[in-house]
Design a protein around this ligand. Sequence first.
Ligand code: 4AD
Ligand code: MG
Length: 461
Amino acid sequence: MRIKINQIKESDIGKKITVKGWLKTVRNQKTFSFLDLNDGSTLQDLQIIADESAKNYTKIIEDLTTGCSVSITGEVVKSPGKEQSFEIKATEIELIGKCDAQTYPLQKKRHSFEFLRTIANLRPRTNSLGAVTRVRNALAFATHKFFQEKGFLYINTPIITESDCEGAGEMFKVTTLDLLKPPLKNKKEIDFEKDFFEKPTFLTVSGQLEAECYACAMSDVYTFGPTFRAENSNTARHLAEFWMVEPEMAFADLNDDMDCAEEYLKYCIKYVLENCKEDLTLFDKFISKGLVKKLEHVVNSKFERLSYTKAIEILQNTKKKFEFPVKWGIDLQTEHERYLTEEHFKKPVIILDYPKDIKAFYMRNNDDGKTVAAMDVLVEGVGEIIGGSQREERLEVLEEKIKKMGLDPKTLWWYLDLRKYGTVPHAGFGLGFERLVQFVTGMENIRDVIPFPRYPGHAEF
Ligand code: 4AD
Ligand code: MG
């Protein structure tokens, strides 16, 4: 029976096992070969010693090249090398799939991440992308574990929707109309009644509004799914398709929201520190020096909480020059966010009570008439990792806000219903899952922490 490489233990020395995977390197000596095998279960390649005594060895040795897939049976033996404590002495080698050495793009040298993006189909075979994949998986598991342990119900919100949750107009249209000959209304407007859903529809930017419906029945819920933004941002922190974790809590205010966000982030980081030690060592050594210390520091620090107004004061009083000038009412830019968390406080920061004019319609008005109960969590290297708020639960106030922002209350009848029928204070947030993976791995570009990144001009694979 096949065993995964990460399952082999020192106590297996003397046992016969079968492993399957792809060869990372092949070093042929005069009478025997060293093969390094990887199957994705761990960063560590498994060293295999094969010589003529192994069945098939002479027949296939020519074809054993980097990248080919093999099945190897042999005995686990103590390794004399200092790289590993055990290795496999092969008794039988089966070549499953040859690999064309002339064209195989992954040679044994360091490739740039830009180059690897052009072979996103093969890049999970590299050490760094393999490690990202395992850490990403661990963070997804930790996410479910955290919310499940707290009694949140996992719900799935729609991908296709009529509503623009964030109101920023960054939606991808979904249509089955013939773009060359769309049906017209009054000869000039597209007649969406003839479209598949009989209305204009889009890919969702957030599952929040639908999650609120479920929170206002099930109390605590979370959704974790793909979201889409048609913003033309070519940065190392933006994707057109990204995954968002969105908890929503009934009978909760902004303080409960911030507490949950801080606890959740720390839980995920701790989980990875405990369960992905080997992969973190790689990131610490080659990608972001001091990463593990940074993560431990985050787990052990109390996040700084301060109002937007106070944050603006700090930004105005520093000698640092910013590209975007600072004054009350602006939306904070990444340079501002990073200054606050990296240079001023040197730990994660939660900024709350933002000006109402720069935030979405659903956020609860504060009594000062100028701000809303919103909060953003900022971390080193990334800036905003979480955005959330207490939701406006007062019907009249919400209706007023919707109208003021130029939205149509009629299309949001279902959302307003929640405020008519047993309304409750409630709050939630959204965490950009790729930004979390970026933060935990120290990877510089968000395009390298999702398997197949989508950004302007790029939807290949
Ligand atoms: O701040 P945002 O836009 O908030 C919402 O969508 C709310 N409806 C969430 C909620 O309260 N349920 O997005 C939330 C997070 C950001 O903090 C950021 O981490 C991430 O999503 N994010 C992106 N990540 C990658 N690429 C993009 N283009 C992103 N836009 C937002
Ligand atoms: Mg935001």
